[in-house]
Design a protein around this ligand. Structure first.
Ligand code: GRG
Length: 329
């Protein structure tokens, strides 16, 4: 599919992992023992593999009813960074697992993520016109189809997970519950509800943290946990991944809030300045820009700390966390 490939490469491959200022190999002290890690090469390889796998899991765009499959693929292959699936694969690797065993779960989390973006962009939610550098799903296909495309992607995630071969230490029930818990009314949905109900009201730093933990950190945390589970990780490793995902997730959202102020819509692939325009509470608006940057750095340091237990095997996770802190889109 020529369109899918070209859109993915535009943001997914070139923008994210080859951003100017990010050297191909970056040294950070931590679990990798200071060894150089070629993130650019690693990410390009993993993103390409994730895209191939995702395309294989989804019905073709011509499968009837074609509109829904075309619309699911439109958003899924619009050029997302694929951060969650790449984190899932990297977590599996840190636990001595394989990309083959982790890939279905990596694809499942990307389906959940894309569903949440489609629904979040709807007029009843954030009402956004652009996402991943293209018109949002409802702008292209109408609200009805966009709602259904989101529903179908959410369902697709569970189908992919249910079809997996299975793992020695974790049952299908463990994995399905992990995904359901994250996508359900206590996490992703809870974050969105708090976000909706907070509109136009004064939000405290504590409430904002509650929203970030659920809207953003939960799915990142789930991504690395699923990667670990696919590798039959030990309880200690699972705890370390949970800690890592939680802190990277919070740091990611703070940087996202900063970029909303400092970057252009073109660079971000979505409407920049939206948070201020709708007076949304963000870390920069509550604690200021400098403190927000410091907070994101602090959280990333905590994430690095969680990786110590992997003794040099978590170079990819460490490098991604480091990149996410320094990213400019
Ligand atoms: C269930 C409707 C619904 C919402 C749940 C996840 C969520 C809450 C809403 C999605 C919108 C949003 C702003 C989420 C916060 C996390 C975040 C910054 C997402 C953007 O992730 P990127 O930058 O996006 O990884 P790409 O497009 O690169 O995949």
């Amino acid at each position: 599919m020529a369109i899918e490939k070209s859109n993915v490469s535009l943001r997914g491959l070139f923008s994210f992992f080859t951003t100017p200022g990010m050297p191909a190999s970056k040294k950070r002290s931590g679990s990798s023992g200071g060894a150089e890690f070629d993130l650019k090469n690693y990410a390009n390889r993993q993103v390409a593999a994730v895209n191939r796998a995702l395309s294989g899991y989804l019905p073709s765009a011509r499968t009837k009813p074609a509109t829904i499959h075309e619309s699911m693929r439109y958003s899924l292959f619009a050029g997302g960074k694929r951060m969650r699936p790449v984190l899932c694969l990297a977590a599996a690797e840190a636990c001595g697992g394989t990309a083959k065993a982790a890939m279905p779960l990596a694809c499942a989390v990307e389906c959940i993520h894309t569903y949440s973006l489609i629904h979040d962009d709807l007029p009843a939610m954030d009402d956004d016109d652009f996402r991943r550098g293209k018109p949002t799903n409802h702008k292209k296909y109408g609200e009805g189809i966009a709602v259904l495309a989101g529903d179908a992607l959410l369902t697709q995630a569970f189908e992919i997970a249910a079809k997996c071969d299975g793992w020695r230490r974790y049952s299908h029930q463990d994995v399905i519950l992990e995904i359901a818990d994250t996508a359900g009314s206590l996490k992703l949905i809870a974050g969105q509800v708090a976000d909706l109900e907070g509109e136009g009201k004064k939000t405290s730093a504590q409430q904002l943290k509650y929203i970030h933990e659920r809207k953003t950190s939960a799915l990142l945390c789930c991504s690395v946990r699923l990667g670990g589970m696919s590798a039959n990780c030990t309880p200690t490793q699972l705890k370390a991944l949970t800690d890592f995902g939680y802190h990277v997730g919070l740091a990611f959202q703070i940087i996202d809030d900063i970029l909303d102020v400092t970057q252009t819509s073109e660079k971000l692939g979505k409407t920049a300045g939206k948070d201020a325009a709708v007076q949304k509470a963000t870390y920069p608006s509550i604690i200021g820009m400098d403190k927000s940057r410091r907070k994101a750095k602090e959280l990333t340091e905590k994430a690095f700390g969680a990786l110590k237990t992997f003794r040099g095997k978590a170079a990819a996770l460490e490098s991604i966390a480091s990149y996410l802190l320094d990213r400019d889109c």
